[in-house]
Design a protein around this ligand. Structure first.
Ligand code: PMP
Length: 289
């Protein structure tokens, strides 16, 4: 496996970052997870825009201009001969001292890993996922806006641990007002009486690229408009269908929440139609931005 690290492709065992990198010491950095289907990178521009926005929020000066990173993504895929896969693109704050100050780290680092990913078992796409509502709230926007895809995922990781402890595969997180935000690594939608709803960005969530793809393309293609608004957890329990979206997850149905059955306990017709629409779009050629 070849890793792109700060301008060079190197073998995996040589792709090392310093123990003084603030990405490691403090989770100081940002990243993207990107998919490639049939050798084409899906929504690369959306991911690059979000990465550079995350970096700007963190006042992290990108180590390379966008065009260089765009080219590096393609070079990493080519070097690994990967047509179907997952790309992890990371900016770290870089090497500094043991103090917090990011401005004592003279140069940020960038690396790109291209590999395969199977987030959920194939069978979960047929049967749907069991999820929980996490007791741990999502970090509020005022503290660390979840729209920033930072390297600090401990809020999500601890919610994921709650899910695993409770025999579920994913956790849905609420904000401090008790409204639904998102999963630990995916966005949430519900279907009620034929209408599609997803929590609005004001609730505090990552603006998912897949979420936007559903809203702008896949839902309209089946004659539906997605309403963005505050969502209470009770609505998820009473929904006809619930599903999650993400680059790694794609679109996946949720069939139980806190061990209570959602809808009829099966992946519902709207979710299936969107999943089919997603697969058809990929088969026709990866959607550009
Ligand atoms: N929320 C969180 C917290 C995530 O980590 C992800 C995955 N990047 C998503 C939502 C889904 O976003 P996307 O569709 O851009 O992968």
């Amino acid at each position: 496996m070849q890793i792109w690290l700060d301008g060079k492709l190197v073998p995996k065992h040589e792709a090392l970052v310093s123990v003084f990198d603030h990405g490691l010491l403090y989770g100081d950095g940002c990243f993207e997870g990107i998919r490639t289907y049939g050798g084409r990178v899906m929504k690369l521009q959306s991911h690059l825009t979000r990465l550079y926005e995350s970096a700007a929020h963190l006042r992290l000066t990108p180590p390379f201009p966008r065009e260089v990173i765009e080219d590096a993504v393609q070079k990493t895929l080519a070097a690994n001969e990967l047509r179907e896969g997952y790309i992890r693109l990371v900016f770290t704050r870089g090497v500094g001292g043991l103090g917090l100050s990011p401005f004592k780290c003279p140069k940020a680092s960038a690396f790109i890993i291209a590999d395969r990913i199977d987030l959920y078992a194939r069978s979960a796409y047929d049967s749907g996922l069991a999820v929980i509502i996490a007791n741990r709230p999502r970090v509020p926007r005022a503290c660390l806006d979840p729209a920033i895809k930072s390297l600090n995922y401990l809020n999500n990781i601890l919610a994921k641990v709650e899910a695993i402890d409770r025999g579920a595969m994913e956790a849905i997180m609420l904000n401090l007002q008790g409204e639904v935000t998102e999963g630990t690594g995916d966005n949430v939608f519900l279907v009620k009486n034929g209408q599609l709803v997803t929590p609005s960005v004001e609730s505090g969530l990552l603006h998912g690229v897949t979420r936007r793809f559903v809203m702008s393309d896949l839902a309209p293609a089946i004659g539906k408009h997605v309403v963005e608004r505050a969502v209470r957890p009770e609505e998820l329990f009473k929904a006809d269908e619930v599903f999650l979206t993400g680059t790694a997850a794609e679109i996946i149905g949720v069939t139980s929440i806190n061990k209570e059955v959602v809808g009829r306990g099966q992946v519902g017709p709207v979710t299936r139609a969107l999943m089919a629409g997603f697969a058809a779009r990929i088969a026709r050629g990866v959607p550009e931005d």
